[in-house]
Design a protein. Structure first.
Lengths: 303, 225, 274
């Protein structure tokens, strides 16, 4: 089915692009809605026919995987959900993968958010992943969701020295002094690793500026593709690794599937999205080529 | 009173936060100011909500163009507000997380806020494709360099890049598209982004100093306000 | 009734019928997989509503229309209320109330903390900020704005100077001959391997020259002529590669969002894919 889908989608797209090329080269106008239709089809067909591709972790992704893997069991990992609906489809697979990996490795997980939407995303992650897939993990012992606080970098400026001054309770109103997981935790400096998932403001950049760098705390992150190139100057000294867009998520998922038999059947939204992603990239590249060809032909005609 | 006091507040708060980095006794004060900032940030949300209500009530009252849609905004605002403030359908009652699964607030996040936000931004996929066709032209050498870099990244960030150049021998592996894409990201892209980052940092530092010292006062607006 | 109005009404009626049909079918599907009846009706409503909202947004691709405007206006209202509610419960109730009132803490069921009179400062400044809504007391909001600006400036000044300036400059001074063991070994092992010595060395040269030429391009106090002009030209090329990379990543990100929405439509709503 997948092969038929692949042939069909490539066939439809190739025929369409040929038509577009002829039309462009003959100098006729192409309606913008036709371009829209192309991109819609190139994403929809691979999805419907479940075209999947395989991925291999690149060094920048492997850096995070190895860090989580090599930390001794019971290490303290903070995952910050710093995103919203505007980038959820590409970064949610990253936070899901981080959460699964950290819990499977037996680390203590602290969930928080610098975006208000992090409150909903953290609660949903606990409900969707922790409770059904890790029923032995206890809230307040193995993981905790302390939720969102307003104030962006102001929040980080406080928790870098004192967690309790900013977070008196977890999201359910339980006093942090009464939970086991927060024993011996005073500030962010007591974390063994911070994993920030985001792509806007506040996001990974603010975590580097206001937490990782001044506190000398290991930091890694998953970023929306749009913000990824901006973060490369921090790699590898100030950022251990970076998942860039959906490909980063897919690479991390493939690494988990390869090394953990329990994750063989786990949902892999990142990997599933790479099929449509590949075809859409092909179409966009074809648009660039056709657009330039028509540009040169038009220039020649003018001459 | 209208200008001197705000300038003084900015000076004191800014100076204390700078000193808190260097002098541990000032650290506590720095934390307190940060918490005050966070609480004021919530009032900024209230201000945003209040402004939204003012604008849309005004539109409905004066029956301006598209006033019917302002009712939609007001209804959406009111229902979400009630769901959140009164924690409607929340399985844990008032003490529970406002976004507890099953609560009306979380349901509205999952099925209204989230799909609307994600769909709104996904429209950009169509426009970016259209821009690739219409505006992305190799008009000169600079544009050509930009185009080639984009092309390599687009190819390299999918398995297609590997399929296309898998025949390249290991001793020339930098010419394999995925490796080339990685190299572009960690070398020229890093260099360009770092140059921009250093420039922005200098701008932020100088602007912060101007604000703290009261040289820059445009944020106070005009006097007759 | 004119023709266009009649067509609009027919389209509207069609959408309502489709919505109800979809709701019924989705409820039945959910009932068949064993969901409780009331829950399945509720969930089916929400899924159908989300799907129709998604389609309403996509309808903008054809042209601006009332269904898109409905979805857009709903988004504005819902998102403003969302941020207000989460801000209220997490920070106002979570950080402010326990410090100022035991009675209110008990009412909101949050553990009270030691009373701190200084917490009335953000309350007063916050209320002053709301004065911006009043036509005459708007100037009072400047005090709170000054506090916000002062905090942001104070926080940013040191952090940006350290992380984005000093550390970045320091990270640019890197070895320009990587793993150097002499000219003989360099040429005997010469290759274009991605992890080879030549490529690593080239990368470091590009970073070193790229950062400085990029900075020269942004330096406008001296005319870009002679050596300065050439360096600035190299800076432009480096920046062009940077923008090209950003464009590539932007395409990738936007397509991912579209894939996410279509996955929702095909999987959660229509059940076409598993």
């Amino acid at each position: 089915m997948s092969d038929i889908g692949l042939i069909l989608s490539i066939g439809v797209i190739v025929v369409g692009l040929l038509w577009l090329t002829i039309r462009s080269l003959t100098g006729r106008e192409v309606e913008r809605r036709i371009i829209f239709l192309f991109i819609g089809i190139s994403v929809a067909i691979p999805l419907l026919f479940n075209i999947t591709v395989s991925e291999k972790a690149t060094p920048i992704v492997k850096g995070i995987y190895d860090k989580v893997e090599n930390l001794p069991s019971g290490s303290k990992i903070l995952i910050s959900f710093d995103y919203g609906p505007s980038m959820a489809p590409e970064v949610e697979p990253m936070s899901d993968a981080f959460l699964r990996h950290a819990l499977a490795k037996g680390h203590k997980v602290f969930i928080m958010g610098l975006w208000a939407t992090g409150q909903s995303l953290g609660a949903a992650a606990v409900d969707k992943i922790v409770k059904p897939e890790f029923p032995d993990k206890v809230d307040g012992v193995d993981y905790i969701n302390i939720g969102y606080k307003a104030g962006n970098q102001g929040v980080l400026n406080v928790i870098i020295t004192d967690f309790r001054k900013m977070y008196a309770t977890d999201v359910n109103g339980v006093d942090l002094d009464s939970v086991e997981i927060f024993e011996n935790i005073r500030s962010l400096k007591d974390m063994d690793l911070i994993l920030c998932v985001g792509g806007g403001f506040p996001g990974i950049k603010e975590w580097v500026l206001f937490a990782a760098d001044p506190g000398n705390i290991p930091l890694a992150g998953g970023s929306a593709a749009v913000a990824t190139p901006l973060l490369y100057p921090y790699y590898p000294k100030q950022l251990i690794g970076l998942l860039g867009g959906i490909k980063g998520a897919a690479e991390y998922e493939s690494e988990m599937k390869k090394n953990y038999p329990r994750f063989a059947d786990m949902p892999t939204p990142g990997l599933n999205m790479m099929g449509p992603q590949t075809l859409a990239h092909m179409v966009v590249m074809a648009f660039i080529v056709i657009g330039n060809l028509s540009f040169f032909f038009a220039k020649r005609r003018k001459k | 009173m209208k200008r001197q006091v705000p300038v003084l507040i900015t000076f004191i708060v800014g100076t204390v936060l700078i000193l808190s980095v260097f002098f541990p006794p000032a650290e506590r004060l720095g934390e307190d100011f940060s918490i005050f900032f966070d609480i004021i940030a919530v009032f900024a949300f209230f201000l945003g909500g209040g402004n939204l209500l003012r604008i849309h009530f005004g539109k409905v009252y004066q029956k301006r163009e598209d006033w019917g849609f302002s009712i939609v905004t007001l209804c959406g605002f009111a229902i979400m507000m009630m769901a959140g403030l009164f924690k409607l359908w929340n399985p844990g009652g008032i003490a529970a997380d406002v976004a507890a699964p099953g609560s009306l607030f979380q349901l509205m996040y999952d099925w209204i806020f989230n799909p609307l936000g994600a769909s709104m931004y996904s429209l950009l996929a169509f426009y970016v494709a259209s821009a690739s066709y219409r505006a992305f032209r190799a008009k000169n050498i600079d544009a050509t360099i930009l185009l080639i870099a984009a092309f390599v990244i687009l190819l390299g960030r999918t398995p297609l890049g590997m399929y296309v150049t898998s025949w390249v021998p290991e001793s020339f592996s930098i010419l394999q598209i995925p490796n080339l894409a990685i190299w572009i990201m960690v070398s020229p892209n890093l260099a360009g982004q770092r140059a921009i980052m250093i420039g922005i940092a200098l701008g932020v530092v100088s602007m912060s100093l101007r604000l703290i010292l009261g040289v820059e006062r445009t944020y106070l607006g005009v006097d007759n306000e | 009734m004119d023709r266009s109005r009649r067509i609009s009404l027919i389209i509207f009626a069609g959408i309502i019928i489709l919505f109800i049909l979809s709701w019924i079918i989705k409820s039945t599907t959910l009932l068949n997989v064993g969901t409780e009846s009331l829950l399945s009706i509720r969930d089916a409503f929400f899924i159908t509503f989300a799907a129709f909202l998604t389609l309403a947004i996509f309808s903008f691709l054809y042209k601006d229309n009332p269904y898109y405007k409905f979805a857009e206006h709903l988004f504005v209202g819902v998102s403003a209320a969302y941020w207000m509610c989460v801000g209220f419960w997490s920070t106002f109730v979570g950080n402010f109330i326990p410090k100022v009132s035991t009675t209110l803490s008990n009412f909101f069921e949050v553990p009270p903390k030691e009373f701190d009179i200084f917490y009335f400062i953000p309350l007063i400044l916050g209320l002053m900020l709301l004065m911006r809504l009043s036509p005459k007391g708007g100037w009072l909001s400047r005090w709170s704005l000054a506090f916000i600006v002062g905090t942001t400036a104070g926080l940013n000044l040191i952090r940006y100077l350290r992380t984005d300036f000093i550390t970045q400059v320091s990270n640019t001074f890197i070895p320009l001959l990587v793993d150097w063991n002499g000219i003989g070994p360099f040429f005997s092992d010469f290759s274009l391997s991605a992890s080879g010595q030549f490529v690593m060395t080239l990368g470091n040269w590009v970073i070193f020259i790229g950062v400085f030429s990029g900075l020269i391009y942004f330096f406008f106090s001296k005319e870009h002529k002679g050596f300065f002009g050439h360096a600035s030209r190299v800076g432009i090329w480096v920046l062009m590669i940077t923008f090209g990379a950003s464009f590539g990543y932007t395409v990738m990100g936007r397509v991912s969002l579209l894939v996410g929405r279509l996955t929702f439509l095909f999987k959660d709503w229509l059940g076409l894919i598993s």
